[in-house]
Design a protein around this ligand. Sequence first.
Ligand code: BYC
Length: 472
Amino acid sequence: MTTSADYTEKIPNNVDLHEDRRLQRALESWQPNFLNWWESMGPTLPTQDVYLRTAVNVGREGWAHFGHVAMRDYRWGIFLAERDPDRRIGFGQHQGEPAWQQIPGEYRSELRRLVVVQGDTEPASVEQQRNLGATAPSLYDLRNLFQVNVEEGRHLWAMVYLLHAYFGRDGREEAEELLHRNSGSADSPRILGAFNEETPDWLSFFMFTYFTDRDGKYQLGTLKESAFDPLSRTCEFMLKEEAHHMFVGTTGVDRVVERTAQLMVENDTDDAGPHGAVPLSVIQKYLNFHYSVSLDLFGGETSTNVANYYTAGLKGRWMEPRRRDDHKLTDDGMLVDALIDGEIGQTEVAALTGLNTDLRREYITDCQSGVNRWNKILADAGLPQRLKLPHIAFNRKVGAFAGIETTPDGEMLSPADWGQRSGQWLPTEVDKTHVRSLMQPVHERGKIAAWIAPPRHGINGQPFDYEYVHLA
Ligand code: BYC
């Protein structure tokens, strides 16, 4: 096991791929299918080259290289965090046993399911974002979009490596399927709901990278605890890259809010729309939408799937080693959100079946930190308005609240009331049309669209007016 990748190899990797010719050949035969998929479903904007970060190493001394790369020359590698030969399983019925280097037969199908669901989201997001290049507000933002896209492509490689290396023929078939399902397809959609929604404009992109990529952070965090060591190590490295995606979301929304606030103050108005920005009310609606569909990604409030995953050691909790309990949870209970006699409340369930709720709560706390940041921008501008996370039951399609409708404050609504009023809280066609009308591309060096503030810093120490992208 080496830590740095050899970029003269067809598939750069730190897993000693050349020592397993069969696996190498199998992945090399998947590679052209991946490249075809990237050509047909990946970014549509033609470029000469883009200033990108490429993972080259997993060590502490610096793991990435920055430079202009022509997209056709971009190299997607396979990287696992370094192996700890003494690693032991941290939870569940196998707690204390050595971590698995191979998959025990009895857990094969459940693990495959987890790897496939994770893998499915990665190309899905690239598909969702494919047309955004045409309306990028600056070259800086365009570069970030490409960065996110190539890394989601690499995360697909990460899951495909596991499928090929550890799941035999079934794994190879699943790897093919990952390229055949498509976001929003009527016949063969992506597996999870949020990944079939559109990302048609940059406000959606920033909300997606804030809220939906953050689900990725939390899910990867639980898979990093897995007893299956290669999955754990893969997720550990993916989390490193994931941080930048959330930075794009956090600072992207920061900059939209900042510009809107500025125009509200300058024009002494609540509605920045006529002044060429996104009205704060529309930002709130986009937030409501992306947050609620991302809450659905955590599955039901109670789930026997998650209890089985935990007990078997396949999927742990967020920050499992820091939890002060027995890491088995067989005798514990917890309160989960529930619908009780038609009312929103809480009910006690076995802790194991409540683990989706446990993870969702960690996620919600983290989401609130972004809202606090955006509210500070409003406060600093001297504005009284504030953004808010909607109630946990708002606009849910999965779990305990899938069958009801509520206001963002959690007040229950009849289906008829919801039909009449949902446009107050979720983006309407009029809102989306306004946002799209703002999405005029700014592809000139150092310039930025009028609806968004410039970033505080450039990428990798470069200035904002750096030539991050050379268009074709
Ligand atoms: N849409 O037992 P339940 C990322 C299904 S994002 C559609 O309550 P469970 C990224 C569920 O599959 C992170 N179906 O849920 C972000 C199950 O079906 P089966 C992705 C859904 O299994 C941005 C049934 O409903 N990674 O990395 O405890 C850009 C009952 O479900 C949905 C993972 O998700 C939904 N929203 O938990 C790029 C980690 N929710 O089995 C990348 C792997 C549930 O009855 N996945 N269902 O046919 C998992 O851990 C779990 O599968 C889930 C669901 C958390 C997704």
